[in-house]
Design a protein around this ligand. Structure first.
Ligand code: PEP
Ligand code: MN
Length: 350
């Protein structure tokens, strides 16, 4: 439910309404814009229905939010959410360019890719330390040692870093090293993990599940938001369909679809969506043209030696070309690509 206050509502009126809501055991969320003040109310709406809140002087109207997701909805927060992560903005006209290897494999491998993607203009570094693999016999990631390398690469190149957390018990350690917690597609409905990430105060990159609807995705975001963490970035990474010539099917319509219903930024991951380097650049461009708030690209110095997702990795030269292609497109779409603070230094090729 949303309580819209009259334009001249005084701080005393705002305070009074907040107190009334809290007295009912509900949690108010105040959002003060330049021209209007609204108070979102989360909790058992039945309690509010019988309260004549509309009768309080200064209250313009009381509007129910009919959607099952509340904090994630546009009704609750009309403006685009913008998050600042170590100086890099995501959302509201700022294009996140997240790039790096699927998995962190060694210091040399990570630093070589980090140097190249940072020099090409990526503004967030990715790398998996805990890997969700289909087979228990596949490389599972370097764990905490990988996190340590990622943090130090981020510091060296002045980039915020994102890495996946697979289990609620890992959140504490991953939070110590990462600037953004990634919740992978397979865990999108791991509700305990969502809640644990919601208790942190660092941004969450929430990837759409393999067969999740838009509503499922926004309900998962709601889990994080309802724990008090307001920084959720959504990610379309392809869904399962009957098509088997690509790894998944990139659902580009989900970008404007979600942007119409939610204030949260949404980025696209053409790497996992297509699984094919020959398709990734076109799909990255298409995602930006569709209004995406960012792209997420896997890059590896030597894909043939990669321990995870090698077949879909772009090599650094391909990533350079992709950046050259998306810069004018981003400008056309009114998006700026924030740049990292530090100058990247060249690294030897593998
Ligand atoms: C990844 O980002 O490496 C990954 C495993 O992604 P997803 O959860 O989208 O498969
Ligand atoms: Mn991957």
């Amino acid at each position: 439910m949303i309580i819209v206050l009259k334009p001249h509502a005084t701080p005393e009126i705002v305070e009074h309404v907040l107190e009334r809501i809290e007295a009912l055991g509900l949690s108010p969320h105040l959002s003060q814009g330049v021209s209007c003040t609204i108070i979102g109310v989360i909790g058992d709406e039945d309690k509010l229905q019988v309260q004549p809140l509309q009768a309080i002087p200064g209250v313009e109207k009381v509007v129910p939010i009919l959607k099952p997701f509340k904090l994630a909805s546009r009704e609750f927060h009309a403006e685009d959410s913008v998050f600042t992560i170590k100086g890099i903005k995501v959302g509201g006209g700022h294009l996140a360019v997240i790039a790096g290897p699927c998995a962190i494999e060694s210091e040399d491998q990570l630093f070589e890719v980090a140097a190249r993607v940072s020099r090409a203009g990526a503004n967030i570094l990715r790398g998996g330390a805990f890997k969700p693999r289909t087979s228990p016999y596949s490389f599972q990631g370097m764990g905490v040692e990988g996190l340590r390398l990622l943090k130090s690469a981020g510091e060296q190149f002045g980039m915020p870093v994102v890495t996946e957390v697979m289990d609620p018990r890992q959140v504490e350690v991953v939070e110590r090293y990462a600037d953004i917690l990634q919740i992978g597609a397979r865990n999108m409905q791991n509700f305990d993990l969502l809640k644990e990430c919601g208790r942190t105060r660092i941004p969450v990159l929430l990837k759409r599940g393999l067969s999740a609807t838009v509503k499922d995705t926004l309900m998962s975001a709601e889990y994080v938001l309802s724990e008090g963490n307001r920084q959720v970035i959504l990610c379309e990474r392809g869904i399962r369909t009957f098509e088997d010539s690509t790894r998944n099917t990139l659902d580009l319509s989900v970008i404007p679809n979600i942007q119409g219903q939610s204030h949260l930024p949404i980025i696209a991951d053409p790497s996992h969506a297509t699984g094919r380097p020959d398709l990734i650049p076109a799909m990255a461009r298409a995602a930006i043209a569709a209004g995406a708030d960012g792209i997420h690209i896997e890059v590896h110095g030597c894909p043939e030696k990669a321990l995870s997702d090698g077949p879909q990795a772009l090599v650094p030269d391909q990533f350079d070309r992709l950046m050259d292609e998306i810069r004018p497109l981003a400008e056309l779409m009114g998006r700026t690509i924030d740049t990292c603070k530090k100058e990247a230094t060249a690294c030897a090729p593998c």
